[in-house]
Each structure stands twice: as C-alpha cells, then as structure tokens.
Design a protein around this ligand. Sequence first.
Ligand code: SF4
Length: 471
Amino acid sequence: MTFPRSATIAEFRSRAFIAIEDVRLQTALEGATGNFRAAHDRALGALPHSDELRDHLKEIRSSTLAQLADHLETFESNAQAAGAQVHWARDSQEANDIIVAVAKEHGVKMVTKTKSMATEEIHLNQALQQADIQPVETDLGEWIIQLAEEPPYHIIAPAIHKTRGQVAELFTQVSGREQSSSDIPRLTAEARRMLREKFLASGLGITGANIGVAESGSIVLVTNEGNAEMVTSLPPVHVVVMGIEKIAPTWDDAAAWLALLARSATGQPLSIYTTAITGPARPGESDGPQELHIVLVDNQRSTYLGTTYEEVLQCIRCGSCLNICPVYREAGGHAYGSPYSGPIGAVISPLLFGLERYEALPHASSLCGACLDVCPVRIDLPRMLLQLRADEVEIGMGPRALKLGESAAAYVLGRRRLMGLTTAAMRLFQRPLVREGQLHPPARLNPLGRRQPPALAKKSFHDIWQEGIED
Ligand code: SF4
C-alpha cells in the first residue's frame, strides 16, 4: 500500500471507504478514541477552574504569536548563552540539510529519534536515508509504524490502528524470533531489547520539542516511555526540531501549557516524563550530549501571522480534536494523506503544504463544532474550515459537478416562476423515494445509506405565506 502525501477528493474518498468497510479497524478506532475521550473528560472534570485555565492558555498563545519574532529572538539568545547552537530553517529542505550536515560532520551512520510531528512534517527520515544515515524511531508506536512503513495514524498515538497480531508479526520479522501476540509483556520486552542496542550505538539523537521556553532558552519534552531521556542523554549530539510557534515566553506560561497538554491528550495530570533541557552537558556532567543543536522550522508558519489563519498556530498538538471528530473516527488517519490528521490536520495541511494538494480536507468535516468545544486552546477550526472552502471557491477550485450544480441553483433561485416549476417537478420525482417524510436516495448516490434528508414539503413557505395573505 502506498501513501501519497496529498488528499484530492478521490483519494480521500477511496481511503475513507477502505477504512469504513474495515470492521476490525472501526472497532479499534472507536475503542481507542473513546478511551481517550473518557480519560480527557475525567481529567478536565477533576481540574478546578479548567475553563478559566483554558482561557488563560488561549490568551498566552495569542499574545505570544502577536510578538513571536521578539520571543524567538529571546529564545535564541538564551539557548546560545546556555551553549546550544540555534539554526533557522525556512522550509523542510533547509531543515533537513542542516540536520544531515550536523550528522555528517560527526560521521554519524545511525540516529535515534523520539516521536516528533515536526520531523514527520519535514520528512526527515527520508532525507536521512537518502544521505545513507539510518533513522531509528524509539517511541514504541512510532517504531511500529516505521517497521510497517506507514505514516502516523494519530497525532499522539501513531499506531492506534495496529492489532497485537500485526505488531507480533512485525517484531518476528525484525528480531528473527517468533513472537506471540498473546504475550504483551514479552512483546514490549523484545522491543526494549532491540531498541536498547540502537540507543547504545546511536551517534546522534533527534527529538521534537513540545515547548521552547524563551526566558531560559530551554526545550520541554513530554513522553510516556522514557525513550526521550535515552535519546537526549546517550548520543554525543542532540538535535531538536521545533516549529517556530511552539514558544512559551516564560516558565509560568509553560506551566499553564503543561497543565492542559497531558490532560487533553491522554487524561494524565502530567505525562510520565516531562523533561526540560537547557544547553548541552556542562563540564563534569556525566550524562547529556556534548553538542545541542536546535533547528527552528518555519515552513510557511510565518506567512499566517496576522491573517485569519493565525489562530491555528496556537495548537499544542494534544490530539483531542481527532478523538471527538466523527469524520476522523470513521475515515481514519490515513485518509488525510498528511502527518496531521483529524480537524487540526484538515486545516493545517492545506495551509502548510498547499490547498491544491489537500483540496478534500476542508470538506472532511460535518462542521458540528465538537473540535472547537474540546480544544484546550479553543481554536475555532470550523471557522477556518469554512474560510478554506471559501478560498477554494475564490481560486476556482472544487469539483466540476459541484460548480455546475451551484450555477444551476443560482439561476433557478433567481427566477420565481422557474423556481415554482422546478420544485413542482421535484415533488413529483421524489415520490418513489419518500418514506416517513424522508428521502431515501438510491444506493449509488448514497453508498453508506446514512443520508436521509427530509423530503420536499407539500407546500413551500412562499405558497403558505401567499395563502395566509389571501385569507
Ligand atoms: S486544534 Fe486544539 S484540540 Fe486539536 S490538536 Fe490542536 S490544541 Fe489539540
């Protein structure tokens, strides 16, 4: 199976249909997203003043973006003062070139990585492989999908769609030893054994950054497996890849961010490991890298500052909007053709990678508003989905049939007599399809059998109004 990095209408539809017809996948998705939702609700419910905290975080994210350049410069100078080397990357190519150059300078042949959406976004693994450098993912879910040669299925749970059996099969192939799907502790022990060898042999560790704290030039990493501690302390060189929007001006701001991040993502008050790193190892310290490089990636982000889309840069990548979204829960992560899936992916993928390439995603939403309700930063994703749809119309995109239909509707709606004749004809044609006041279109037009719009009323509002006047 190939995974194109795009989502045309046809691609999204066909990938979504494959997911919808896969009963095992649907059960796994509903179970996992349902568990995340329940844990999220319990955690937020138990947090005093959670609504006020969400408002506070929104204010922090919004005011930070309003002066992002200043905060980034503060972050850069404090990180350099702590001994880090800071690099600026305009796009994926520049970011990958910087990282490959650092690896080559140190003669590195193999790197270990933590889960990082920023590195997925820039396709770092492919760039490393092209430079004959082997990337090894060390987050268990990320490693599983690396072995399966698939993109992540979910922002925080990349292998959410894999069964125990599939994982055992992958581990059998890699280890050369038969693995049993019924023995989960043995499977995880096998993963630990295989990955530990990689940690020890790695010449360079690569992580993302959940937060960059400007006032100290530190980065904060949030994980549950402890792999980030190995990746950042065993190899002699550590490279951080961070989107430029992930800045908190102060530690107080970072604390508000952390108070909501794990609760929104997994329902934990804090993830098991929350690690702050400021500069490389100091003289006399036995752990930690001798060199720390921080790559600040723009990749189109700065073009949205001050625009109607700036709000999307407030995202803290908690994944809550995926878990609540009825479209994501049915269509699955791979339908989006992007490292970012679900409602946040439907907005950010067209913005970062091109509306033409991701034309289907603004429409992959029922606009129910659940993503806005659940988002810890109250990002108005439905508003931006509508804006993207408007942008598509503005630049003449969209399905030809839809455009023809809209033109025909505009023509009819503008002519009273023609409108009356058309609705009379439609009332006639709909008769065989009406049951209990609802239309049941043929299966070809309604393949999932889920759309039963109301039938046309016997009399239009206009007719009733006219009759009322005449009475
Ligand atoms: S948009 Fe909101 S809910 Fe979705 S990942 Fe970002 S912060 Fe979380």
